[in-house]
Design a binder for this molecule. Structure first.
Ligand SMILES: Nc1ncnc2c1ncn2[C@@H]1O[C@H](COP(=O)(O)OP(=O)(O)OP(=O)(O)O)[C@@H](O)[C@H]1O
Ligand SMILES: [Mg+2]
Length: 232
C-alpha cells in the first residue's frame, strides 16, 4: 500500500509544504486529489464535501497542478500560458501573460521573439516557470505543486517559492511538494507535513520540526551538508 492511515488537513488560503524521501508517496497524494485514481478506502474532502461527488471537470477547474516533469505543448510561450484558461475563454491579454510570467519569474526580455518563442527552445527550468505561469493564470482555488523548483537554481527556486507564498496570501490553498527545505526555513508561518512510508509522521513549522530532531531534522541536515541546492 503506497498511502495508509494518512490524515492531512490543508487550511483554505494557507500553504502546506509536503516533504519526504523519494518514493514516500507525495506525488501519489496529489494524484488522488486530482482524482487520477481513487483511494481504496477513506475519503478526500474539499470544503467538507467528498471530492467524488464533484463533476470531474468542475473539480479539476478548481485545481491547478504543476507537475514534477511539466509537459508543455509544442507551441509558443504565450499559447502555453493560455492553456491554463478554460477552453471557451482562451483569450489571454498581453497584460495577463506578462503578469503571470512576472509572477513565475520568466525573464521574457532574453528571448528575441518574446512570448512568441517556441517552448522547445527553453531550458528545463524555463519550461518549469512557464508551467507555473500556466497554473496561476486562471487563479485556481487550489494550487498543487509537485517539486516545481527541482530544475531551478537556488535563487530562482526562492523566487518561485515566494510567488507561491503570495498566491496563498491572496486566498489560494497551496499544497507544495519540495525537496528544497532551505527555501522554507525563513518562512515561519508555513505548515510542513512530513510523509514517510505513506503516512504523515511529523507536522509543524520549520522551527518546531527542527527542534523535534526527527525525520525532518535529518532531511534538512542532509540538505545542508550537501550544499543547499541538491535534493536529498
Ligand atoms: N502507478 C503506480 N503503480 C504502482 N506503484 C506506484 C505507481 N506510482 C507510484 N508507485 C509507487 O508508489 C510509491 C510512492 O510513489 P510517489 O511517486 O508517490 O513517491 P514520491 O514521494 O512522489 O517520490 P519522489 O520524491 O521520488 O517524487 C513508490 O514506491 C512508487 O514506486
Ligand atoms: Mg514525486
Amino acid at each position: 500500500m503506497v498511502l495508509e492511515n494518512l490524515n492531512l488537513e490543508c487550511k483554505q488560503g494557507e500553504m502546506t509544504v509536503l516533504v519526504g524521501g523519494s518514493g514516500s508517496g507525495k506525488s501519489t497524494l496529489i494524484s488522488l486529489l486530482e482524482r487520477f485514481y481513487a483511494p481504496l478506502s477513506g475519503r478526500i474532502l474539499l470544503n467538507n464535501r467528498d471530492i467524488t461527488t464533484f463533476n470531474l471537470r468542475c473539480l479539476r477547474s478548481k485545481i491547478s497542478l504543476v507537475e514534477q516533469e511539466p509537459i508543455l505543448f509544442n507551441t509558443t510561450i504565450r499559447e502555453n500560458i493560455a492553456y491554463g484558461i478554460e477552453e471557451d475563454q482562451r483569450t489571454v491579454t498581453d497584460k495577463e501573460s506578462r503578469d503571470a510570467a512576472r509572477i513565475a519569474n520568466i525573464d521574457i526580455s532574453k528571448f528575441s521573439e518574446g512570448y512568441n518563442t517556441p517552448c522547445n527552445q527553453l531550458s528545463t527550468g524555463e519550461k518549469q516557470r512557464v508551467a507555473c505561469a500556466r497554473a496561476i493564470i486562471r487563479r485556481p482555488q487550489i494550487l498543487l505543486l509537485d517539486e516545481p523548483t527541482a530544475a531551478l537554481d537556488s535563487l530562482s527556486a526562492e523566487t518561485v517559492h515566494n510567488f507561491i507564498r503570495e498566491q496563498s496570501k491572496s486566498g489560494q490553498t497551496c499544497l507544495h511538494i519540495t525537496h528544497r527545505l532551505s527555501t522554507i526555513q525563513n518562512d515561519s508561518s508555513v505548515q510542513i507535513a512530513v510523509v514517510d512510508y505513506g503516512q504523515i509522521c511529523e507536522q509543524g513549522t520549520y522551527t518546531e520540526l527542527r527542534e523535534k530532531q526527527g525525520i525532518f531534522y535529518r532531511l534538512s541536515t542532509t540538505e545542508e551538508k550537501s550544499g543547499d541546492n541538491t535534493k536529498f
